[in-house]
Design a protein around this ligand. Structure first.
Ligand SMILES: CC(C)(COP(=O)(O)OP(=O)(O)OC[C@H]1O[C@@H](n2cnc3c(N)ncnc32)[C@H](O)[C@@H]1OP(=O)(O)O)[C@@H](O)C(=O)NCCC(=O)NCCS
Length: 147
């Protein structure tokens, strides 16, 4: 997927090698998101400006659920549509793998990420066996409907 206006490309990470790890580290500053995700079936999607990684994100399959995680865009590349494009790419990937629902979790005060996801149809939901209060992060779910 390519955005001509802002000149970034979204690609699924093909090889999880040292070069990818160093670039992902430049986005996150640590790899706290990446390491737990790698224990599950997963895919990483990254945004590139030229050869430089401008943003990174994760989609993983855990306990029967497809989950979006680890969305981060480098501060100097924000508000150019990269967060939305990474979210769209991961939703399409999960759907291509047969996802019937897709989940993500974030704190109520993270208004920017709510901007990136709620537009796709995610709805706030408290999953069974999960205690939800204003202090906790909240789960959002997107139901996939076939036409
Ligand atoms: C959240 C984040 C990924 C958004 O990335 P981005 O590339 O700047 O997002 P986009 O340019 O695709 O913008 C998506 C929407 O959010 C809005 N938005 C983005 N930054 C915003 C800001 N600072 N204030 C208000 N709205 C903002 C955009 O206007 C856009 O909505 P629109 O299309 O209606 O105009 C980025 O800010 C980030 O990395 N934040 C830190 C990490 C984080 O919070 N990750 C999520 C953890 S759950």
């Amino acid at each position: 997927m390519e955005s001509k206006r802002n000149k970034f490309k979204i690609r699924k990470v093909a090889i999880e090698n040292d070069e990818w790890k160093a670039q992902a580290l430049s986005v996150y500053e640590n790899l706290l998101f990446v390491e737990p995700a790698s224990k599950h079936p997963h895919a990483y999607f990254a945004a590139y400006k030229g050869r430089q990684m401008a943003g990174h994100s994760i989609v993983l399959h855990s306990d029967g659920r497809w989950i979006l995680d680890g969305l981060r865009v480098k501060p100097e590349h924000r508000e150019q549509g990269i967060g939305k494009a990474l979210t769209e790419a991961r939703i399409r990937y999960a759907v291509s793998k047969g996802a019937k629902e897709i989940w993500y979790c974030c704190a109520d005060d993270n208004l920017v990420t709510i901007c990136c996801h709620v537009r796709f149809g995610f709805k706030k939901i408290c999953p069974a066996h999960h205690e939800c209060s204003p202090k906790t992060a909240h789960w959002y779910k997107l139901n996939i409907t076939t036409q």
